[in-house]
Design a protein around this ligand. Sequence first.
Ligand code: UT7
Length: 334
Amino acid sequence: MKITAAITGIGSYVPDYVLTNLELEKMVDTTDEWITSRTGIKERRILKGEDQGTSVMGIKAVQQLLEKTGTRPEEVDLLICATVTPDMLFPATANIIANGVGIARAFSYDMNAACSGFLFALATGAQFVQSGTYKKVVIVGADKMSAIVDYTDRANCIIFGDGAGAVLLEPNTEGYGLLDQVLRTDGSGEAYLYQKAGGSRRPPTHETVDRREHFIYQEGATVFKFAVKSMADVAAQVMERNHLGNDDVAWLVPHQANKRIIDATAHRMGVGPEKVMLNIQRYGNTTNGTIPLCLSDYESQLRRGDNLVLAAFGGGFTWGSVYLKWAYDYQAVS
Ligand code: UT7
């Protein structure tokens, strides 16, 4: 009997503080009109406070996931955290999250594939389930982008926000769950979207701090061009090779980087706006958080058997698309 890996629950968390376009107008030379028309973003959430890292949000998302799915921490076999803003370079934020929720009989590790990280981690975790090796795998996508955003750089500070989401993967023998994926990287994209210092090539010094090299560096227009083409290409490829017409797709679940990139992907797939998950207006680009936060926001509208096409593009460059058949009807937890 063929085993597939199905998503059987979702948890999410966004911090309370809302950073609006109006507040950004006071910080940099920008306008609500420019941000809204160029990106689709109205506000984003920011994690405030001393010693508050990405794990704080990851823990809350996983706690909710375990509660909603009635999973005991000791039942979890593996936890993977996709993030570009780990609490620290090591140990892994996945370990801190696992410890924070009482997952003690598992192994855990981080994955970094920039904004495509959640998809890469989802596809990786699914392999352990499909092979019959593990039964309960938690995939977390979490980022505190505000930790690496330069709030004097108007082209980039308007895009990013903080947030986390988590899903549970379990074996399924009825044909639901992850059915296909196309995942890609092109390392020559390195120079267009990266954090210049802080790693082994350029460790932190007073000079790297003075040169603002610990913040995100992005050549937005170049990234935009690659993103529009690549995300649409892989989403279309996944549809084609699974013989999915636009009527067969119930939902496009796109990485939320820029509404214009999302629109271009939907257009290429022939999918109408009513089938596109969108919450960029409220959260901005939460990097690894975007896709699970979308699934969380739309969970009540998802039906067993729905065909979902997930798609992402990020620094590195990394990009990919996952095709999955949704495994359950939503039931509100009272
Ligand atoms: O998630 C990972 C992957 N990342 C992405 O997918 C992001 C892709 N890139 C983008 O979404 C867009 O490139 C941005 C939103 C980052 C920037 O938008 P853009 O339309 O590509 O702007 P640009 O950088 O080409 O700049 C165009 C103009 C410039 O002015 P001049 O030189 O033409 O006078 C910028 O200085 O817009 C100006 N500008 C702004 N004006 C008002 C840039 N940022 C702002 C701003 N407010 N916040």
